[in-house]
Design a protein around this ligand. Structure first.
Ligand code: AMP
Length: 116
């Protein structure tokens, strides 16, 4: 069940601020408050889904494609296409997910060590 009070739901409702990188009607990308690399951006769809499995189950094709296209827009905006980056989506307890609204981490700007 989706928790309406998770921190990313609050960001989407403008109840708490974020440092925006990109936004459109489907998605929002913003800097992680506790960066694990010199560039650490989080990307979330605006649809209320808890994790990547839920996103794939419930999101229509148009919005799913739009979300993934937005990742490329952010990669271009951050100018990290050539230097490289890592995209992670932690899921559930064993995946180490803390915030129960589907998100991807985009880590870049330096060589990203070990699996996170
Ligand atoms: P995860 O462990 O995959 O659920 O990641 C949650 C991420 O959200 C962590 O990297 C946190 O640093 C980040 N985070 C938590 N609260 C905020 C916030 N208010 N603004 C930006 N990032 C946040």
């Amino acid at each position: 069940m989706y928790d309406e009070n998770n921190i990313f739901a609050k960001i989407l409702r403008n109840e708490i601020p974020c440092e925006k990188v990109y936004e459109d009607e489907v998605s929002l990308f913003f800097y992680d408050i506790n960066p694990q690399a010199s560039i650490h951006v989080l990307g979330i769809p605006k649809v209320k889904v808890t994790d990547i499995y839920d996103f794939i189950e419930k999101t229509n094709e148009k919005d799913a494609l739009s979300f993934f296209k937005s990742i490329n827009k952010v990669i271009d905006k951050l100018n990290v296409k050539n230097s490289g980056f890592r995209i992670i989506s932690n899921t559930g307890e064993n995946g180490g997910q803390e915030v129960p609204h589907f998100h991807v981490h985009i880590l870049a700007g330096e060589k990203i060590g070990g699996l996170r």
